[in-house]
Write a protein that binds this ligand. Structure first.
Ligand SMILES: Nc1ncnc2c1ncn2[C@@H]1O[C@H](COP(=O)(O)OP(=O)(O)OP(=O)(O)O)[C@@H](O)[C@H]1O
Length: 595
């Protein structure tokens, strides 16, 4: 059953090894078949038979406006989607809003709106944010849509017909804030603002209440061993590893049956249980089915459902890694390929959250730092394994150092009319930079060439495991090396009247532009606007920007370079303007708005 995804990863490693062994050796040492693989430098060569890929964000609960954490999930998914498209995959990318449940019923009441109008207003805010930040979703689902309600009812009936849902009585702790049922061991004591003793969820800190009502139960307990088998047989199904281990641990604890409905008298804002107008389907069962609805369930969904990958915050891991796979097993459907989990953005050490109100407005920030700036920051600083504290100063420091000074400075230097008066991609001179060490090159230059040559494979490996920050770390290190290369040889000091100097100067600029072309191509999933500007400035056409085109410095390997002699693009504007903290302070809203 699985998949082009894994197959690709293995194949890429093979290509990578081949590249490593062949880059500094004569190209004739490899067979013609291998050579095609090396030249194409891409995994797409190997995965012709099935190129579908389906990626989802969580659908976002519309009890309040979006914050930076929501944008973070969307940017990660967008990055993977764009990366898959670059690799030639037919990628589907779904996001949207989760609109049923008690929290929304209460929030709509508090806002004096009917629930659907309330949901539409907030859903539009999410959509607006995503459109403003270049989140290139292919599907935007709302759980209040007819097609989704039909899919949920169908899914429910399938579980019911298989005897997996029974009428029972639920008695236990429930957190409305988390829309979650908790066992006694997951609950602790706390005090509310008036000093009254309350019970809270140990995980989220949200208040819980004792609930006793008759409703429908799902036979979750029957799936424990199947879930364990699935995970043990697929150690990369949940990434990063620490979250995989957490789920294995949970599965070894108590796994009681799960209440999957609420009495309609308590919860009206939801999908009614088919055949029982007194009960409403549990909001999480309703919400999780959205992934199937987008894939075309119940009619034809196998093209997409067989290649599904979820991005989720760690707060909703249990729902995605235990409840959802158990529902799917119950319904006889394949399990998702991967659940990529990320940690949280915090403010002053506390999780940024709508209910706490300590939110950072992502629209305001992307106006202050640009959309690409914000995307770069989130993916460069966000580490899936651990929480990260947000401050504006961190953003300014990082973007100035890496986008404005390092990457922007390199482009600026190498395309400046003083160094490149003809405004072309200059020629490469093999005598100035021979493949055997020598000429005018230093040992460090060869290290840099190796690093940049290997970079696509390194980046690919990190994109595949959702360690985007590591990919950016690697790119950033290469950009620094290229700046070092230019600095070391100071092309501005060379004498153009001397033909040897002129050839060497052209070679330095050619190599640097080749490095920039690789960086621009690899950065497209992260900063699409900056990459477009950079590649256009280099004269790289839209049809020359795919993963298959990252063939670094072909002239060094004795091959033709399609860019040599080509005119540079005319937009010589600054790639990324430095951010000044005084100006930023003026733009900042006086108070962070409570969502
Ligand atoms: N602080 C955060 N950092 C990173 N991602 C977040 C953060 N908050 C929310 N998300 C993302 O949004 C998803 C849904 O979060 P949710 O709508 O529950 O937001 P929330 O602010 O935690 O809301 P609430 O306070 O009402 O629980 C999470 O699973 C995660 O993917």
């Amino acid at each position: 059953m699985r998949t082009p995804f894994r197959f690709v990863t293995r194949s890429c490693k093979a290509v990578h090894r081949l590249q490593q062994s062949s880059f500094l050796s004569p190209i004739s040492a490899v067979s013609s078949h291998q050579r095609i693989a090396v030249l194409r430098n891409t995994s797409t060569y190997f995965c012709k038979e099935d190129r579908s890929y389906y990626i989802t964000t969580p659908i976002f609960y519309v009890n309040a406006s979006p914050h930076l954490g929501h944008l973070y999930s969307a940017v990660i998914a967008d990055c993977l989607h764009r990366y898959k498209l670059l690799q030639g995959f037919n990628s589907k990318f779904a996001t949207g809003t989760d609109e049923h449940g008690l929290k929304i019923q209460q929030a709509a009441e508090a806002a004096g709106k009917d629930p659907l109008t309330f949901c539409t207003d907030v859903s539009e805010k999410f959509k607006h944010l995503f459109n403003s930040c270049n989140i290139s979703y292919t599907d935007y689902i709302r759980t209040t849509e007819q097609a989704h309600c039909q899919a949920v009812k169908h899914f429910w009936s399938v579980l019911c017909n298989k005897g997996l849902i029974y009428k029972g009585s639920y008695e236990g702790w429930y957190s409305t804030q988390d829309e979650s049922f908790l066992t006694a061991s997951q609950v602790g004591d706390a005090w509310d603002s008036s000093g009254k003793e309350i019970k809270v969820s140990l995980e989220s800190g949200h208040k819980v209440e004792w609930m006793k009502e008759e409703n429908y139960m799902f036979r979750l307990s029957a799936f424990r061993s199947q879930l364990l088998d699935w995970l043990r047989g697929n150690p990369r199904a949940i990434q990063p590893e620490r979250f995989y281990q957490a789920v294995i641990q949970w599965l070894q604890e108590d796994l009681p049956d799960l209440s999957v409905s609420r009495q309609r008298s308590r919860l009206q804002w939801g999908i009614p249980v088919p055949g029982d107008a007194e009960q409403t389907i549990y909001v999480w069962l309703d919400a999780l089915v959205n992934y199937l609805t987008v894939a075309g369930y119940p009619d034809k969904c196998s093209q997409w459902w067989n290649v599904a990958h979820h991005i989720v915050g760690k707060d909703i891991l249990k729902f995605h890694a235990i409840y959802w796979p158990a529902f799917l097993l119950g319904a006889g459907l394949p399990l998702p390929q991967t659940i990529y989990v990320h940690s949280h953005w915090t403010v002053g050490g506390k999780k940024m959250s709508k209910s706490l109100g300590n939110v950072v407005d992502p629209l305001v920030r992307s106006q202050m730092f640009t959309t690409d700036g914000m995307r770069y920051f989130l993916l460069r600083q966000g580490v899936p394994d651990s929480d990260c504290d947000y401050t504006d100063n961190k953003v300014i420091k990082l973007l100035n150092a890496e986008l404005a000074d390092s990457l922007g400075g390199l482009l600026n230097r190498c395309t400046a009319p003083a160094l490149n008066p003809a405004q072309v991609y200059p020629s490469f001179c093999p005598q100035s930079l021979p493949s055997q060490h020598g000429g005018r090159a230093a040992v460090e230059d060869y290290h840099m060439l190796d690093a940049v040559k290997n970079l696509p494979a390194v980046v690919e490996q990190h994109y595949e495991s959702m360690h985007v920050y590591k990919a950016l770390e690697a790119i950033s290190a290469c950009v620094r090396q290229t700046n070092g290369f230019v600095q070391r040889h100071a092309p501005w000091k060379l004498d153009r009247r001397d033909s040897k100097d002129q050839h060497w100067l052209d070679t330095i600029i050619h190599v640097s532009l080749e490095c920039l072309r690789i960086y621009g191509t690899l950065l497209q999933p992260i900063v699409p606007e900056i990459s477009n500007k950079l590649l256009s400035r280099l004269g790289v056409q839209p049809g020359e920007r795919s993963w298959a085109d990252v063939n670094f410095l072909p002239r060094y390997q004795g091959m033709d370079c399609p860019f040599e002699g080509r005119a540079l693009g005319s937009d010589s504007g600054v790639l990324f303007s430095r951010l000044e903290s005084q100006n930023i302070d003026k733009q900042k809203p006086k108070k962070t708005k409570k969502a």
